[in-house]
Design a protein around this ligand. Structure first.
Ligand code: NAP
Ligand code: ZN
Ligand code: ZN
Length: 354
C-alpha cells in the first residue's frame, strides 16, 4: 500500500510553496522508511522551485538536506535499525553500473543520479519528492548514518552544504601552508570556511556583505574582503592557492581568477542561472585552472559526517516552521540568512493532525 504523505510543493514556477498530499512507495526489500525531523533549505531549492535552471518538474517538493529517524526497514535491508538517526542528501539512487558509479563517485553518474527531488526514479517515470515532507522511502545504500553528538538541525545542512564544500577542499588539498579563499558567505560558504580552517588553511572570505565580517572570523576565517570595492582585490592578485566560489548569482569570475597564484585553482560550486564570461587572459597568465565540483559520493559524505561528529562541526542554523518557507526564500534571496534555514518538520506534522 502506498504511504500517504504531506509535503509542501510548488505547482509552477513563480508559485509559492503550499501544502501538497501525495504518496510514497511502500517499502521494497532494500528500503528504509524515514520519519523526517528536519530539512535544510538550500539555494538549489530556490533555483529549481523557480525553474532558474530550466529543468523543473511540477509539482515539486524540494528539500535535500534531510535528517530523520528510521521507522521501518525492508525485508532484506540490514544497515539500519528502527529508531536510528539517519540522513539523506542530494541523490537517492544512481545507475550503479557506469564507470563513475563503479569507482564510488555516484555524484558523477554518467547516466545522471536520481535526485532526491525534481527528477525521476530509475524507472524514468516515477517523480521524486524531497524533504519538505513528513516521511521518505529510500534504498538503504543511499542513506547516511548521523554520528551522535551533533544537534539534529545543525547536522541537516551537512547533507548538501557540508559535503559540497568538504569534497573540493579535500580533493584540491586545502591544508596547512595553503591560502584558501571562500567566495560568498551563505549556506555553502560558511561550511567552506569551517572546513578550510579546520584543515589548517589560511582562510579569506570574499563577501558582498560588510556586516558578515565578525561572523566570518568567528567561523574561522583569518581575513575578510569586501568584493564590491574593486580596490580591495588589487593587492591580493596572484596570492591564492585555492578559491571556492559558492556565489548563487551572476558575478565577475575574472576578478577572482586574478587572485590565484601560478597553478592555483578556482573551484566553482555555485550554480547561477547564466553562463560565466571568462577573460581569455585570466587563465593563461599564471597557468591557472578553473574547475567544478558537485556535492560528494556516498563514501565521502559518510566520511564528512564522521569528521563533523569527531570535530563537533555543524551548520549555523535558523530553525523555522514550514509555514514560513515562502518568507524564508525571500529572506535567503536578500542575504538575510545566518547561515542556513532548517525546517522543523513537527510544524508540518501538526498540520496533518488537524
Ligand atoms: P546562499 O546561502 O544563498 O549563499 C549564496 C551567497 O552568495 C550569499 O550569501 C552571498 O554571500 C553571495 N551572493 C549572493 N548574490 C550575490 C551576487 N549577486 N554577487 C556576489 N555574491 C552574491 O546559497 P547556498 O545554498 O550556499 O548555495 C550557493 C550556490 O551553490 C547556489 O547557486 C546553489 O545552487 C549552489 N549549489 C551547488 C552545489 C554543487 O554540488 N555544486 C550544491 C549545493 C548548492 P555574501 O553576502 O557573503 O556576498
Ligand atoms: Zn543543495
Ligand atoms: Zn552511474
Amino acid at each position: 500500500m502506498p504511504l500517504p504523505t504531506r509535503g509542501y510543493a510548488v505547482k509552477e514556477a513563480q508559485a509559492p510553496l503550499e501544502p501538497f498530499d501525495f504518496t510514497r512507495r511502500d517499502l521494497g526489500a532494500q528500503d528504509v522508511l524515514i520519519d523526517i525531523l528536519y530539512c535544510g533549505v538550500c539555494h538549489s531549492d530556490i533555483h529549481q522551485a523557480r525553474n532558474e535552471w530550466g529543468n523543473s518538474i511540477y509539482p515539486m517538493v524540494p528539500g535535500h538536506e534531510i535528517i530523520g529517524r528510521v521507522v521501518r526497514v525492508g525485508s532484506s535491508a540490514t544497515r539500519f535499525r528502527e529508531g536510528e538517526t539517519v540522513g539523506v542528501g542530494v541523490f537517492v539512487d544512481s545507475c550503479r553500473e557506469c564507470r563513475n558509479c563503479r569507482e564510488g563517485l555516484e555524484q558523477y553518474c554518467e547516466r545522471g543520479f536520481v535526485p532526491t527531488y525534481n527528477g525521476y526514479e530509475r524507472d524514468g517515470l516515477t517523480p521524486t519528492y524531497g524533504g519538505y515532507s513528513t516521511q521518505i522511502v529510500v534504498d538503504e545504500t543511499y542513506v547516511y548514518n548521523i554520528p551522535g553528538g551533533l544537534s539534529l538541525p545543525g547536522a541537516a545542512p551537512l547533507l548538501c552544504a557540508g559535503i559540497t564544500t568538504y569534497s573540493p577542499l579535500r580533493y584540491f588539498g586545502a591544508g596547512a601552508g595553503q591560502r584558501v579563499g571562500v567566495v560568498g558567505l551563505g549556506g555553502l560558504g560558511h561550511m567552506g570556511v569551517k572546513f578550510a580552517a579546520s584543515f589548517g588553511a589560511e582562510v579569506t572570505v570574499f563577501s558582498t556583505s560588510p556586516t558578515k565580517e565578525r561572523d566570518a572570523r568567528r567561523l574561522g576565517a583569518h581575513h575578510f574582503v569586501v568584493t564590491r570595492e574593486a580596490q580591495n582585490l588589487a593587492p591580493l592578485a596572484n596570492s591564492f592557492d585555492l578559491i571556492l566560489d559558492t556565489v548563487s548569482a551572476p558575478h565577475d569570475i575574472n576578478a577572482l581568477l586574478n587572485l590565484l597564484r601560478r597553478d592555483g585553482v578556482l573551484v566553482q560550486v555555485g550554480l547561477p542561472e547564466k553562463p560565466f564570461e571568462v577573460d581569455p587572459f585570466s587563465l593563461p597568465a599564471a597557468r591557472r585552472k578553473l574547475a567544478g565540483s558537485n556535492i560528494g559520493s556516498l563514501r565521502e559524505t559518510q566520511e564528512m559526517l564522521d569528521y563533523c561528529g569527531a570535530k563537533g562541526i555543524e551548520a549555523d542554523v535558523e530553525v523555522i516552521p514550514i509555514q514560513k518557507i515562502n518568507e524564508a526564500y525571500e529572506r535567503a534571496l536578500r542575504g538575510e540568512v545566518r547561515y542556513r534555514f532548517v525546517i522543523d518538520m513537527a510544524s508540518l506534522k501538526a498540520e496533518t493532525a488537524l
